[in-house]
Design a protein around this ligand. Structure first.
Ligand code: KG4
Ligand code: ZN
Length: 327
């Protein structure tokens, strides 16, 4: 089955065709990120206006004259103006082409980026979603039984990277900028807090980390490049330590056979490597999965993959954008 996946929940305008939930036939992503880099954050109105311009050319390029069986679209969570562009376009195509329409939860989409390229993922699986808006731990007993275990109580991990990047005068988005600076820094130079690392739940909290960095930047009035690199490396390490410890705890308690990392922050090489080595150290049979970097950030392929494994079509009249959608 060939599914056209459409994703416009934030600043990306993306469409892809995926066969049977695992084979990418095309994958087109455009972003209005450079526009937001000037303002240091996403301006929703501007993002949606750009998406209106991009959506049809992006879908055209993804289709490349091929026919699809089904259309899938992100309905939430996300920015309302942005979501509406994708949802209304998908509804129109569903009506004109007389093709089924499958609404997809963006967060479940991120998890299913792991199924692209036909990997064999054993259940139960623990999924960690780390993106700009979310940090969630989810148990998948199988494709149909998903249980949310916990999430952030304040800032998401990507949001923490972005806000701390701003404190350090780094370009937006902060995640990739901090990763780059951290390459020249010492991860042990500053001992930043590891919030909730030993709490008995599966929740996270990252806003205290931002305050701790703010305090350091106030002490070091004139931030030299070495100090920025050390702060970047230390803060990245603090975030990585918390994410790994809590995920491994969930994996142990629920006897997971697979750990699935996903979301924009999963593009971070140090996080990917640290997860891989911590799991290898366990000397258990747990397998670690993480999508290719370009499939960690928002894309249409993950939406098509999620639609295949969670196939629930709705008449187009009933499909609505839902910015506050959760699990
Ligand atoms: O999943 P995503 O593309 O969009 C949302 O659904 O939010 O994630 C974007 C987030 C941003 O906060 C960005 O700073 C972060 O992912 N990010 C990274 C890296 N690449 C993107 N964080 C850390 N290291 C990276 N290499
Ligand atoms: Zn996302």
């Amino acid at each position: 089955m060939k599914i056209l996946g459409i994703e416009t929940s934030c600043d990306e305008t993306a469409a892809a065709v995926v066969e049977d939930g695992v084979r990418i036939l095309s994958n087109v992503v455009t972003t209005s990120l450079p526009l937001h880099a000037q303002t240091g954050g996403i301006i929703p109105e501007k993002a949606a206006r750009e998406q209106i311009r991009y959506i049809m050319p992006v879908i055209d390029r993804a289709l490349k004259d091929q026919k699809v069986d089904t259309i899938a679209v992100t309905v939430g969570p996300g920015l309302i103006g942005s979501l509406l562009v994708g949802v209304e376009s998908a509804k129109t195509l569903s009506y004109i082409w007389k093709k089924p329409l499958v609404p997809v939860n963006h967060l479940i989409g991120h998890i299913y980026a792991n199924w692209l390229h036909a990997v064999n993922i054993a259940f139960p699986a623990i999924a960690l979603i780390v993106s700009g808006g979310h940090t969630d731990l989810v148990l998948l007993k199988d494709h149909t039984k998903l249980k949310w275990l916990g999430g952030t109580r304040d800032d998401a991990s990507g949001e923490a990277f972005d806000k701390i990047g701003r404190l350090l005068n780094l370009p937006y988005p902060g995640g990739p900028a901090i990763e780059k600076m951290a390459l020249d820094g010492d991860p042990e130079a500053f001992h930043f807090p590891r919030p909730m690392i030993d709490s008995s739940d599966f929740d996270f909290s990252f806003s205290g980390l931002k305050t701790a960095v703010l305090r350091e930047t106030q002490i070091i009035q004139q931030l030299k490049n070495t100090a920025i690199a050390d702060i970047a490396a230390s803060v990245q390490q603090a975030i990585i330590d918390v994410l790994i410890k809590k995920t491994l705890r969930a994996a142990r308690i629920y006897r997971a056979r697979s750990i699935l990392l996903s979301g924009g922050v999963a593009a971070n090489q140090k996080l990917r490597d640290s997860f891989q080595s911590s799991i290898s150290d366990l000397k258990s049979s747990i397998k670690f999965f993480v999508p290719e970097k370009n499939l960690c950030t928002d894309n249409g392929a993950m939406i098509a993959a999620a639609a295949f494994f969670h196939y629930k079509e709705l008449p187009w009249q009933k499909v609505r954008a839902n910015p506050g959608l959760y699990f």
